[in-house]
Design a protein around this ligand. Structure first.
Ligand SMILES: Cc1cc2nc3c(=O)[nH]c(=O)nc-3n(C[C@H](O)[C@H](O)[C@H](O)COP(=O)(O)OP(=O)(O)OC[C@H]3O[C@@H](n4cnc5c(N)ncnc54)[C@H](O)[C@@H]3O)c2cc1C
Length: 222
């Protein structure tokens, strides 16, 4: 929608930005490129409107000091010009928040070994209100469904807490979750690259650690 609108208004578009500032009419923003390996500064010149799409969860939601007000404007649209219409909005089958909206994500990698073992992640997720994600290796191996994939060719997420279980930390996985506010990694290999990005690391067998974590979190919640 945004590129189409920008074209209609003959205006500039900055997509997938992770922050931005306005100085008068001038707009500049930061946009990750090459799976987050570098950041580009993009500017839109000329008068407003400017069109901007922000990476989900990249910007915090500030407390609103007071209820605002908005002026409603009427748009006159010739029905004959409308070429696309929303026919139906289908709610997600899952009651869990979509990965891109989730505040907490617990993800499993190839180390999960099969789809049944993902149940230990679901149990933990149940306690902390998390959504379960997966690496591409887990998805390609059939342990998790494609809509659970986090990464360059999966979903880009930015939760408050990301718990990576048995995920090595390949650049393509990091591309999708490196902007998470707090990253916890559980991996049996102390040299796994994920530890270089993790705020907290646990070296050990996830099949022992995750159930203990779930029990401890239950106690805290209880
Ligand atoms: C073009 C392209 C796009 C890609 N897009 C994506 C993407 O979107 N998302 C993505 O995730 N990947 C993507 N990949 C794949 C990526 O390169 C890696 O292959 C993948 O992320 C590896 O997944 P993994 O970490 O689960 O598996 P592995 O790399 O095999 O890592 C498994 C980890 O589990 C640890 N481990 C093993 N047993 C245990 C245990 N019992 N307890 C704890 N730890 C254990 C191991 O030490 C290891 O670090 C892409 C690759 C390409 C080329």
């Amino acid at each position: 929608m945004m590129p189409r609108l920008a074209t209609q208004f003959d205006a500039g578009l900055a997509s997938d930005v992770v922050n931005f500032i306005f100085e008068g009419d001038n707009f500049s923003a930061t946009r990750p490129l090459f799976a987050g390996k570098c950041l580009a500064k993009v500017e839109i010149q000329g008068p407003k409107p400017h069109f901007v799409s922000v990476r989900p969860n990249a910007l915090g939601m500030p407390e609103s000091p007071a209820g605002g007000s908005a002026e409603a404007a009427e748009a006159s649209v010739d029905a004959g010009n409308i070429r696309a219409a929303i026919k139906e909005i289908i709610a997600s089958a899952s009651e869990k928040a979509d990965l891109t909206e989730a505040n907490i994500i617990i993800s499993g990698g190839r180390a999960m070994k099969n789809s049944e073992n993902f149940s230990i992640l679901h149990e933990c997720a149940e306690v902390i209100g998390a959504t379960v994600g997966a690496s591409r290796a887990a998805v390609d191996s059939g342990y998790a469904s494609p809509d659970m994939q986090v990464g360059q060719t999966g979903k880009t997420v930015s939760p408050s807490l990301y718990i990576a279980c048995g995920i090595s930390g390949a650049i393509q996985h990091l591309a999708g979750m490196r902007t998470s506010k707090v990253i916890v990694a559980i991996n049996s290999d102390p040299d796994a690259p994920i530890f270089t990005k993790a705020d907290y690391g646990i070296v050990g067998d996830l099949f022992k650690i995750v159930p203990i974590l779930t029990e401890e979190l239950k106690k805290i919640q209880g």
